[in-house]
Design a protein around this ligand. Structure first.
Ligand SMILES: *[C@@H]1O[C@H](CO)[C@@H](O)[C@H](O)[C@H]1NC(C)=O
Ligand SMILES: *[C@@H]1O[C@H](CO)[C@@H](O)[C@H](O)[C@H]1NC(C)=O
Ligand SMILES: *[C@@H]1O[C@H](CO)[C@@H](O)[C@H](O)[C@H]1NC(C)=O
Ligand SMILES: *[C@@H]1O[C@H](CO)[C@@H](O)[C@H](O)[C@H]1NC(C)=O
Ligand SMILES: *[C@@H]1O[C@H](CO)[C@@H](O)[C@H](O)[C@H]1NC(C)=O
Ligand SMILES: *[C@@H]1O[C@H](CO)[C@@H](O)[C@H](O)[C@H]1NC(C)=O
Ligand SMILES: *[C@@H]1O[C@H](CO)[C@@H](O)[C@H](O)[C@H]1NC(C)=O
Ligand SMILES: *[C@@H]1O[C@H](CO)[C@@H](O)[C@H](O)[C@H]1NC(C)=O
Ligand SMILES: *[C@@H]1O[C@H](CO)[C@@H](O)[C@H](O)[C@H]1NC(C)=O
Ligand SMILES: *[C@@H]1O[C@H](CO)[C@@H](O)[C@H](O)[C@H]1NC(C)=O
Ligand SMILES: *[C@@H]1O[C@H](CO)[C@@H](O)[C@H](O)[C@H]1NC(C)=O
Ligand SMILES: *[C@@H]1O[C@H](CO)[C@@H](O)[C@H](O)[C@H]1NC(C)=O
Length: 819
């Protein structure tokens, strides 16, 4: 306005009657704003006319409005293209005047935009970026980073720049800080209030709670108030929770938050208190142990083991208290109304052990605990009882032991864990005095070899102050062997025998009895049993009893028993009775001696025959088998005993004959005999002509026919071709006074029941003139006689021949036949 006014003052209206003004003349428009440029005419009597023109070769992009004396260029929204120099030409009546207006444009957004500060990490360098868009003209704008300490970074744009960007590197800290990005426009004409614009961000890093601290007193008296405070740092600011001895492990969000107050503290409030601070990044906690002080409590006195204690057992008295602060505990014993202090310690516990409780240690025990705030007692009753000691002695009742055996007695104590056992015995033999064992069982084992060991045995048991005993009587016996029977006197039938039964090493004598049994029948005792004491040390005896009997044959083989009985209780039944048996034998000479053949009938030669020779003889003596043969008496066999079996596996003819069995013993002899007959058909026949088969007429010949055969064969002499037969038993034929007609072949036939055999021979007779006529008839007679008289025949024949031809003639004799 001032220049316009100046113009009005120095140029008269007549020359230039109207005035033209543009406003603003030098416009500085911000991009985007709505702006106007006015051209005003004053003092024009006419209707003013306006026209606008741009000096720079660019369209104006503007709306023109003319209202009366004013023309307005309206920029709806300023753009950079609007920058120009404008000429407003105003006409009034024919006159026109021009005014020039300069439009300058700048661009400067509302605020710089900061990025990169959203996700900061504590301690880790981060780049923050600050950006301004659409700046114009670039060379007139500048960016700077600053904080409370001043400018950190600056950056000035260039002409072409439309966007300015400036980075700064920061190190985020837990404290946080404000950082500012400021944009400056240095172009002249930009209003001061618009030449600078800034954005500030707070660099804040969230972190988990730290430095959690619990403060308050950790010692509090019962009934007082407990106050605890918790503090913590963290971003975001942590929340605080509490946990205490009474919160059952749960975290409590207290109303008070940072402070926990417990009124009227009790012991239950003692313990660990925890404060936990947490935010979304985590939690942290701290704790404080709070002690509640007061008089002792929970004072107890307990026994271990709990049950009534047996004498000698160990028992522990445990006296305990809970005392804060720790004070003193005492253990006292109330014995018959008088309290005695047993132990007193600084602390809260006493263990007092009675290693072997005595009966008089029973009674009331008291545990006293005290500290600065008060005292408390507790008591308990200790009962010590004696063991119910019981003793058992085995075996029960009277014990019977055999001398020589080992006596075993067992003492068993019960009702006592460690009894002491000892033994009392009638004799110290084998038992040591004062011998005792610890333990529930004691075994007394001793070799019984002395009757002095008989008597009462006692087992003494002790358990603490209690004693008990048991006894048993031990009876001894000895009956080790069976009786022995011995016989004396005559054993011969009709004589008197004495049987003596002796049993040795018996004890006790009065309990023994001896019986004699003949078969089943008891014999009267003939003499009272005698006893003989065995010399010391055994002190046993030998018991003897005897019976006498007249020997009869009827006694033979009968059993005679000597039975010894021990009549004593407790002796095992198998050892109560022992007996000896003898079978009576009655002596006699051999009897019933027999000799038999088998088979019995006459035997054929070669068959087997057995001879059985037997006798009955007590005592057994000797038997002999004899054969009476032609060669004499021959002993076939002789044995000690009463029997001979003799077998002829193939009987021979010469084994025929009389056989004799002869039995003998010291009392006599007996014989029996039998005839053995062996038969055979004629064989080994021989015919002998004596003196020769060639004789002179008138001479005599003897024909000797021999065979081996039984029974003896009939020998028949036949002149062949003639048929005259002469039979003979003896087999000897005498032909006298032979004539030539007697010459010829002769046949001898041997025949018995079993068969026959034939021999042929020839006789030749040499003629002699002086030959007496022979009489065959005369010769034949004896043979016919002989046919009936068997054994006699030969003799008779001999006799006949001798009688008829007595004198110088000697009848040739045949050698004896073997048959
Ligand atoms: C600023 O930092 C951003 C992100 O780190 C990056 O993209 C940009 O190029 C940086 N600008 C300058 C001028 O260094
Ligand atoms: C950051 O700026 C805010 C607002 O002006 C202020 O309240 C705060 O204290 C500042 N912080 C620091 C760390 O200077
Ligand atoms: C504390 O306990 C006593 C006894 O039980 C009671 O009388 C008193 O009121 C209690 N005080 C508070 C603050 O609870
Ligand atoms: C007492 O006995 C208990 C249980 O046997 C044991 O735990 C404790 O340590 C003992 N105390 C002392 C002081 O001997
Ligand atoms: C126990 O405390 C009572 C009072 O509470 C007191 O009379 C007594 O003397 C105390 N006993 C001992 C042994 O301190
Ligand atoms: C002793 O303590 C036990 C348990 O600790 C309790 O039951 C009893 O009542 C107490 N006796 C006395 C006489 O205090
Ligand atoms: C007790 O007697 C048994 C058998 O009689 C014997 O073995 C043991 O040695 C004895 N002990 C003592 C201590 O005398
Ligand atoms: C003899 O023979 C008889 C009967 O064959 C027989 O019983 C007996 O034992 C025999 N004796 C001898 C001593 O061989
Ligand atoms: C031989 O014994 C038999 C039977 O035993 C008897 O018949 C016979 O008479 C006895 N002979 C002699 C000679 O003893
Ligand atoms: C009987 O004859 C045979 C041969 O023929 C002979 O071995 C045996 O010894 C004879 N016997 C006698 C008793 O002469
Ligand atoms: C047989 O011979 C005997 C003696 O040589 C003679 O005496 C007898 O007459 C004869 N008999 C016949 C029938 O030939
Ligand atoms: C023959 O025997 C007869 C009668 O016995 C006798 O008389 C005669 O003298 C005997 N002859 C001779 C030669 O011996």
């Amino acid at each position: 306005m001032a220049p316009a006014l100046f113009w009005i003052l120095f140029f008269p209206a007549t020359v230039f009657s109207f005035v033209v003004e543009v406003s603003p003349k030098n416009a500085m428009f911000r991009v985007g704003d709505q702006e106007e440029v006015r051209c005003t005419m004053k003092d024009c009597a006419h209707t003013p006319e306006f026209s606008w023109r741009a000096l720079e070769d660019r369209p104006m992009y503007v709306k023109t409005t003319t209202r009366g004396s004013e023309s307005v260029l309206t920029y709806e929204s300023v753009k950079r293209d609007h920058e120009n120099r404008l000429i407003c030409t105003a006409s009034c009546g024919g006159d026109s005047k021009q005014k020039q207006a300069t439009v300058k444009v700048y661009s400067f957004p509302e605020a710089p935009v900061i990025s990169g500060h959203e996700r900061l990490v504590l301690g880790k360098d981060a780049t923050l970026s600050c950006k301004v868009l659409d700046v114009y003209p670039g060379q007139e704008t500048e960016l700077e980073w600053r904080d409370e300490s001043g400018v950190l970074e600056t950056h000035r744009g260039t002409e072409s720049m439309r966007t300015l960007e400036l980075n700064v590197t920061v190190t985020p800290t837990r404290e946080g800080r404000n950082i500012t990005c400021r944009a400056l426009h240095h172009m002249r004409g930009v209003p001061a209030e618009r030449s600078s614009i800034q954005t500030t961000v707070t660099l804040s890093v969230p972190y988990a709670p730290i430095e959690v601290q619990l403060s308050g007193s950790d010692e509090v008296e019962v009934g007082a108030t407990l106050t605890l405070r918790c503090s913590a740092v963290g971003k975001p600011l942590p929340q605080v929770q509490w946990r205490g001895p009474q919160s059952a492990g749960q975290w409590l969000q207290d109303e008070g938050g940072l402070e926990l107050v417990v009124h009227n503290v009790t012991h239950a409030n003692a313990g660990q208190y925890e404060c936990q601070a947490s935010n979304f990044l985590g939690q942290s906690k701290t704790s404080l142990f709070v002690i509640v002080q007061g008089p002792p409590r929970n004072t107890s006195l307990t026994l271990s083991p709990r049950h009534p204690i047996r004498e000698g057992e160990s028992v522990t008295l445990s006296c305990r208290t809970v005392s804060v602060p720790v004070g003193e505990v005492r253990l006292l014993h109330d014995s018959k109304g008088k309290m005695t202090k047993m132990l007193s310690v600084k602390g809260s516990e006493i263990n007092f052990t009675l290693p072997a409780a005595q009966l008089n240690q029973s009674g009331l025990y008291r545990c006293e605990a005290s500290n600065d705030y008060g005292n408390q007692t507790n008591s308990t009753q200790l009962t010590v009882t004696a063991y119910p000691l019981q003793v058992e002695l085995l075996p029960v009742g009277v014990v019977t032991a055999e001398i020589g055996s080992t006596l075993s007695l067992t003492c068993q104590a019960s009702g006592c864990p460690l009894p002491q056992l000892s033994w009392g015995a009638p004799s110290t033999e084998g038992v040591l005095r004062g011998n005792y064992t610890e333990g529930p069982r004691s075994e007394l084992s001793l070799k019984v070899n002395d009757p002095a060991q008989e008597g009462v045995y006692t087992c003494h048991a002790r358990c603490g102050s209690i004693t008990a005993s048991r006894q048993t009587r031990v009876n001894l016996f000895s009956f080790p062997s069976v009786p022995i029977i011995e016989r004396s006197g005559s054993q011969l039938e009709g004589g008197v025998s004495t049987f003596e039964c002796a049993v040795t090493d018996v004890y006790p004598l009065e309990s023994f009895r001896i019986l004699w049994l003949y078969g089943e029948e008891e014999l009267p005792q003939q003499t009272p049993p005698e006893t003989t004491l065995t010399p010391a040390p055994t002190l046993t005896a030998t018991l003897v009893s005897s019976v006498s009997m007249v020997m009869k044959l009827s006694h033979l083989g009968h059993p005679l028993t000597c039975q010894v009985e021990l009549q004593m209780e407790g002796v095992p039944s198998g050892q109560r009775r022992r007996s000896a048996v003898t079978h009576i034998d009655v002596h006699h000479p051999p009897r019933n001696t027999s000799l038999t053949l088998s088979p019995r009938h006459p035997i054929r030669e070669g068959e087997s025959v057995a001879l059985y020779c037997r006798t009955v003889s007590v005592p057994v003596g000797e038997v002999r088998l004899l054969h009476d043969s032609e060669e004499g008496v021959m002993e076939l066999l002789s044995v000690k005993g009463s029997e001979i079996n003799f077998t002829l596996p193939a009987a021979q003819l010469n084994q025929s004959g009389l056989y004799r069995c002869e039995a003998s013993n010291p009392y006599g002899k007996q014989n029996n005999s039998t005839q053995l007959t062996v038969t055979a058909p004629p064989r080994n026949t021989t015919v002998e002509v004596l003196p020769s088969q060639r004789v002179m007429e008138g001479e005599n010949v003897t024909i000797c026919c021999r065979s081996i055969s039984f029974p003896p064969p009939i020998v028949t002499l036949t002149k062949l071709g003639n048929g005259t037969e002469i039979s003979s038993w003896s087999g000897t034929f005498l032909l006298t006074n032979l004539t030539p007609s007697d010459a010829g072949d002769y046949q001898v036939n041997f025949t018995n029941d079993l068969g026959n055999n034939t021999q042929v021979f020839t006789i030749s007779v040499m003629e002699r003139r002086l030959t007496p006529s022979r009489n065959w008839e005369e010769l034949l007679i004896p043979a016919v006689v002989m046919g009936t008289t068997l054994a006699f025949a030969a003799l008779l024949l001999d006799y006949v021949f001798r009688a008829r031809r007595k004198g110088s003639y000697e009848l040739a004799k045949c050698n004896p036949s073997t048959a």
